[in-house]
Design a protein around this ligand. Sequence first.
Ligand code: NAD
Ligand code: UFG
Length: 336
Amino acid sequence: MKILVTGGSGYIGSHTCVELLNAGHEITVVDNLSNSSEKSMEAVKKITGKDFTFHKCDILDYEALTKVFDENTFDAVIHFAGLKAVGESCEKPIEYYHNNMTGTFVLLRVMREHGVKNIVFSSSATVYGVPETVPIKEDAPLFTINPYGSTKLMLERVLSDVALADKDMSVVLLRYFNPIGAHESGLIGEDPNGIPNNLLPYVSQVAVGRLPKVNVYGNNYPTPDGTGVRDYIHVTDLALGHLKAVEKKANVPGVHIYNLGTGQGYSVLQIIDAFSKASGKEIPYVIAPNRPGDAAICYADATKAKEDLDWVAERGIEKMCQDAWNWQSKNPEGFK
Ligand code: NAD
Ligand code: UFG
């Protein structure tokens, strides 16, 4: 297939490019590089030995995006481009709504004008809000507690309405749990700007000596060790989920919704311990106040993706931590 990847130079996008190329698909990438480096694209070429075109292009720019579609014939779009930091979205809601919503509107308009009927969208477990029960199935109640999450939930609705209006349209909504790790080559990985918000990049920067200690946000949750439990998934497994989704659901009209997680929860302290073992480094931590809005426990029921897409996450927590450490220790400053 010929696939356009928006946001393809970012963390999940670059890993998905690798798996799409390895599977023999042709890709074109657009990214405005607002939260990534073009160096990831060179690394993807090195890993796969395959070439593709990268356009430094903002999906808000209708003319620029139209030019990319005019010059190519796409079978499908995998849409990663978006802003993703929960805290920043509370400080800059207008920027988040504009970038994520308007960017997707422009993309959908250009897709329609070029007769492209298949889209795979990066949604998130954030659409489940603070879940009442676990494991979470796709039909669990949906609500959001921050602007970032609201963009995901609203875009799920927009995309579903687009599929309703066009009987040939296939929309796949992939709700990711907590992606971590890196490609096993150590050539691509997560490279957050500034001090990381998410646990894994924070822990790995402590291990590599860039940060002094991990703040564990609360040890009074109703979990075995009192710290928050999440469903961490290796980014390569997540990338392979996109491959299955686009291969199995392109040209199958309708809305297809899948959780992509392992179905297994790990606590913050278990993650610190696993990372310490993988890296051979001591990881100092302190118990800090609970972070507002955090759920105690969140993990997926991923049986629908298994049954429908023939996809399961295969890489365990040790491999996730080993690969994250391999990337971090080889590239202590990320792509900089
Ligand atoms: P990322 O920031 O590494 O990748 C997103 C990419 O989109 C970046 O390269 C950025 O430069 C690009 N981008 C942003 N706005 C753009 C625009 N207007 N035009 C063109 N490019 C633009 O993030 P990621 O972790 O790879 O996430 C990819 C997608 O998955 C995002 O939509 C994110 O919301 C979603 N998601 C991420 C997580 C996670 O924990 N990483 C969890 C659930 C969902
Ligand atoms: N945590 C710490 N210290 C830190 C960072 C996190 O103790 O420095 C804890 C959190 O309290 C939570 C767990 O580690 O219990 C995981 O936190 P993350 O910030 O890594 O991930 P979240 O589950 O809060 O959120 C992530 C993404 C969201 C996405 C969600 C579900 O940031 O965008 O997963 O996919 F919506």
